[in-house]
Write a protein of this length. Structure first.
Length: 125
């Protein structure tokens, strides 16, 4: 199983599409096989569901994700777990133990504007 976790610093990001980076983990038989960090390729309409589908991602984890985006991921067969917070390594450990719990999305419509990847790009201008 291949999982993408929205990352901000060492923690799970509250905004999936606008997070600065993603931690990608490969898991087999509840064991971590590989862990890597990639930069967010950009937040564009309908882009990330296809991007992660093409990378073979089976599941995404974040603090929050919009309803429409969630449906686009699920349409591609990618499981969505939101409402997750805390240290990435602890989240991975809980996932491997089978104790990771999701909840309500932490995203609110319009609250992600100027956050994460767009904010980083604005700062470079």
């Amino acid at each position: 199983m291949k999982i993408a976790i929205a990352k901000e610093g060492n923690d799970v990001s509250s905004h999936f599409g606008r997070c600065p980076q993603f931690t990608i983990v490969d898991v087999e038989s509840n064991k971590l096989i590989k862990k890597e960090t990639i930069n967010n390729p950009g937040h564009r309409k309908d882009f990330l569901p296809q991007f992660f589908y093409d990378k073979g991602i089976d599941c995404i984890i974040a603090g929050g994700l919009g309803h429409r985006a969630s449906m686009l991921f699920e349409d591609k067969g990618i499981k969505v777990i939101v409402g997750v917070t805390g240290d990435i390594d602890k989240v991975i450990d809980n996932m491997l133990k089978g104790t990771l719990e999701g909840g309500e999305s932490l995203c609110e419509p319009g609250k992600g504007k100027g956050y994460g990847i767009e904010k980083v790009n604005e700062d470079r201008i």
